[in-house]
Design a protein around this ligand. Structure first.
Ligand SMILES: [Zn+2]
Length: 920
């Protein structure tokens, strides 16, 4: 670590400890990390962007709370610890080689709490190295006894209000761990959903042949079944009945409340050409299909070629070989936009060649969606819309024809962190958070409407999540965490014990001093609701805790990555609604994009990560911060590339040198007013960008914008001058504008330029309206554009220039410019111009000029056009005043005159704000 970084980390150690104050508060939180491995640069942005906002709000004069804690609930560290104890080569490799845990510490990892201890220390250390302005007094882990008391109180509350219910539900389950698993526990398939299929049961002699379907209404159109001839099926007894299934399906049904025993194996080939029947589809044959996957459903598929593109194509492929030619698709649904046989239509329209065509998935989805949203079953089957008929037929089959539900994942590969396959299991006696409750959903939706969501596009995703959220298994048999207070054989799982801890942060540091056994539910009732009369904690302490909570709560913004919308970010809204009153509900959320490393998704388990600490060591903390902030807006995905990070480092060095040199700046110069005026705009834009969390935009303005202004300023200084005292003012503001983003550099510079105290607490620069000079800025804009035009002409001509003549547009063209700019319909502008007596007299000259002026007005930034119209810029005086500068720039004599005073052929081409240029 560099010296100035080490110095800052020491100065900041306790600086951001925030207690209630007279000032307005700003409370922001980030989803707390699970300390089971080292932080990588992807984590870096998750915490650095909120830190930029925290630092900005602090400088704006707010009392800012930015706390941090560690989430250790659940089984992940237990699993890691077991794998290390068992000598698992991959896990040991990850911890020893990628995370570089010293061997003596690694040996201790057979105790899961040692992993937690080691990495939470490391997280804090690396976060401090990155300059995160966190109040570390509040740090806790989710198995601290005081925190458990808080969770017990929360769950007693939820239970009392009927939000936690007991029942039987399908959940993700790892047989190897003998435990239900949440998204946190998965290596793969963490966004998979549980889907309910209906088993349509066909009869084959004494045996039943079940097919899993999402479209039970299509049973009327079944023309055959598909069986994979290469797969070995099994004859089983399912709840006392004889069923034919794939081996995999037998195992799955066993976990779904059925008693399944296998009696014999049947090769798939033995089932081909057998006849099966169902009361709703009659007798059909079993046909061979190698696309049938024994891992999907029962491994036997019912074929509806009129409505399922896969079935249609598979049948056509067989028939092209001359087989089963008597089978015809049997349509049963009419849908607008498709012919009699929708699957045939879709396949032919898409030009699908055979069943291996990559377009098949999408096509299947297209027909499925069209039929579900607009389709109707034929009159003879009831004539109802598909969405109604589906439920009716399913209910009928459950009641009369032996159908049962079967649960599957929408995504096939769901793998537990232990490495085992995850299945759907029906759990009994399980505790569920009843997120399906429509009243609770409604309350959350109302709250969402009141909240600020950044970026606004995430609102639909939140609404959708609230709609589809089903009951959530909130307890586990094993793992770290808090026991369910009324049924202590259960432990509350990680996504369920991390929903209102933002409230806990407000008092976390004070609770550490109170023995956990004194933190009764009554104590929390008093702190959070001001109710009751608890006796285990003295009244003075209780009132202090309550006041601190009320000062900070509700939180202002929560920051998290977008993959948490479908669980954590929405869950916490549900819990806040259930526990806290209206005035304490969350106010806003900022949702982040994902991090890429050299274009690929960062993933610790796949080794595609760059450790944050390595980045800080190699490039410096400010470089890492500036790169992470500058490469994309928070909600966009960002890509870490070492070669780009290096150039960021040079930019910071440039900034340092400029500020350092400006310390000596003295005196004044004509261009000073311009620089001061520009600075006011930069301050305004940086402030606006940070107010809307556009950290990238803020950096663009604060760094590159100011740098561009300085470049022009220096160019315009008289020969030999090195910048006036205005540079010192500028740097005083500049250091503060960049302080939230590169605080280490700015902290050092702040004292270097003679300011007292820490820049972290210096007042944010404010716009001084009196220093804005629109006329001066316009004049410089004219000059800069003219210089640019001259440069591009010089580049084009083959001769060495001997002199430059500038011709400024006459007054009547300025008048035409005003008319054109004011005209709302640019196609009618010529008519407007010609209504003017003076213009009309000029004839062709006026029409030509109008055409060119119209083009120019459309090309210039609208804001600039507005300023030009409002100003009375004397172009000739401006250019004349800059004649010395121009002569110095181009090394030749320069003359400036009114175009009308010249007979030069090119003079007539002069336009307002665009003088004609002649180079000889
Ligand atoms: Zn497992």
């Amino acid at each position: 670590m560099r010296n100035n970084e080490r110095e800052c980390v020491a100065r900041w150690e306790h600086a951001f400890e925030a207690d209630p104050a007279e000032k307005e508060k700003y409370y922001l939180t980030v989803a707390f990390p699970y300390p089971s491995g080292a932080m990588h640069v992807g984590h870096g942005r998750t915490y650095i962007v909120p830190d930029v906002i925290a630092r900005y709000q602090r400088m704006k004069g707010r009392q800012v709370l930015f706390p941090m804690a560690f989430h250790v609930t659940g089984t992940p560290v237990i699993g890691i610890s077991k794998r290390i104890a068992n000598g698992d080569v991959q896990t040991i490799g990850l911890y020893r080689d990628l995370y570089r845990v010293p061997q003596d510490i690694l040996d201790r990892f057979i105790n899961p709490m040692e992993i937690v201890r080691y990495f939470s220390e490391e997280y804090q250390r690396v976060m401090q190295k990155c300059g995160l302005s966190i109040d570390w007094r509040r740090r806790f882990i989710t198995v601290d006894p005081q925190y458990s008391k808080f969770i017990e109180w929360q769950y007693a509350h939820l239970h009392e209000d009927g939000h936690v219910v007991k029942g039987a539900h399908p959940v993700k389950y790892c047989p190897q761990c003998e435990n239900p698993v949440g998204d946190h526990d998965l290596l793969e398939g963490d966004r998979s959903e549980i889907i309910r299929f209906t088993l349509v049961v066909f009869q084959w002699g004494s045996a039943k042949v079940p097919c899993a379907t999402l479209r039970p209404e299509t049973v009327y159109g079944v023309t055959n079944l598909w069986v994979n001839p290469d797969v070995t099926y099994v004859r089983t007894m399912v709840d006392g009945e004889e069923w034919i299934l794939s081996q995999e399906a037998a195992g799955k049904l066993n976990l779904q409340d059925h008693t399944v025993t296998v009696t014999e194996e049947i090769p798939g080939i033995a089932l081909i050409d057998q006849t099966v029947s169902h009361p709703l589809s009659g007798e059909v044959s079993v046909l061979p299909a190698t696309f049938v996957d024994p891992e999907m459903g029962t491994g036997i598929v019912m074929s509806v070629p009129a409505h399922a593109p896969f079935d249609y194509i598979a049948l056509r492929d067989l028939q092209q070989q001359g087989k089963y030619t008597s089978i015809r698709p049997v349509p049963l649904i009419s849908v607008e936009g498709y012919g009699e046989i929708p699957a045939k239509d879709a396949v032919e329209r898409a030009g699908i060649r055979d069943q291996n065509d990559p377009g098949m998935e999408a096509l299947t989805q297209e027909v499925y969606n069209a039929e579900f949203s607009r389709g109707k079953v034929f009159e003879k089957y009831g004539g109802k819309p598909v969405r109604e008929a589906r439920d009716d037929v399913a209910a009928l089959m459950m009641e009369r024809y032996g159908s049962i539900p079967m649960y599957e994942f929408d995504n096939r590969q769901v793998i537990c962190r232990c490495g085992g396959r995850v299945y759907v299991k029906i759990l009994h006696d399980q505790w569920f958070l009843e997120y399906s409750d429509p009243c609770w959903k409604e309350q959350v939706k109302t709250q969402l409407e009141r909240m600020a969501l950044v970026p606004p596009e995430v609102r639909t995703e939140f609404d959708r999540t609230v709609d589809w959220l089903k009951d959530w298994a909130c307890t586990r048999r094993v793992g770290l965490g808090t026991k369910l207070p009324w049924d202590p054989t259960w432990i509350i799982e990680p996504l369920s014990d991390s929903t209102i801890y933002m409230a806990y942060y407000t008092i976390a540091h004070r609770l550490k001093a109170i023995p956990a056994e004194n933190l009764t539910p009554e104590v929390f009732e008093y702190i959070f609701f001001g109710e009751g009369n608890p006796e285990t904690v003295d009244r003075e302490t209780l009132d202090r805790l309550r006041n601190e909570f009320l000062y900070w709560y509700p939180y202002d913004y929560r920051f998290s990555a977008k993959d948490l919308i479908s669980n954590h970010l929405t869950f916490q809204l549900f819990h806040h609604r259930a526990v806290f009153p209206q005035e304490l509900q969350p106010q806003g959320m900022v949702v982040f994009g994902m991090g890429l490393l050299n274009g690929a998704k960062m993933s610790s388990s796949k080794g595609n990560v760059f450790l944050l600490e390595d980045a800080v060591e190699e490039f410096g903390a400010d470089t890492v911060r500036m790169f992470l902030v500058g490469s994309a807006e928070p909600w966009q995905d960002f890509d870490w590339r070492n070669e780009l990070v290096s150039s960021t480092k040079k930019q910071i060095e440039r900034f340092w040198n400029t500020v350092d040199e400006a310390k000596e700046a003295e005196g004044t110069s004509g261009i000073d007013t311009w620089l001061a005026s520009r600075l006011q705009h930069r301050i305004e834009s940086v402030t606006a960008a940070l107010d809307s969390f556009q950290t990238r935009q803020a950096l663009q303005e604060a760094f590159f914008g100011v740098e561009a202004d300085l470049k022009w300023y220096r160019r315009r200084l008289p020969e030999g001058a090195s910048g006036g005292a205005v540079m010192r003012d500028l740097c005083r503001a500049w250091v503060r504008l960049l302080a939230p983003i590169i605080p280490f550099t700015c902290e050092a510079l702040w004292n270097d330029i003679g300011e007292e105290g820490m820049v972290s607490f210096a007042p944010w620069p404010t716009v001084e309206r009196a220093r804005i000079s629109p006329e001066v800025e316009l004049a410089e804009e004219l000059l800069a554009r003219t210089v640019e035009d001259i440069e591009s002409i010089v580049k084009l001509i083959p001769i060495e220039p001997k002199g430059i003549s500038l011709f400024v547009a006459p007054a009547w063209k300025q008048e035409a410019f005003r008319i054109v700019a004011a005209s709302t319909d640019k196609t009618r502008v010529m008519r407007e111009i010609m209504q003017n007596e003076g213009m009309r007299k000029r004839g062709r000259e006026a029409t030509d000029a109008t055409k060119q002026i119209t083009k120019l007005v459309l090309k210039l930034p609208p804001e600039l056009v507005k300023q030009l119209v409002a100003s009375s810029l004397d172009e000739q005086a401006v250019l004349e005043g800059a004649r010395q500068f121009l002569e110095h720039e181009f090394g030749v004599p320069v003359t400036v005159q009114n175009a009308e005073a010249s007979t030069h052929a090119k003079a007539s081409g002069a336009l307002p704000f665009k003088p004609a240029i002649v180079i000889e």
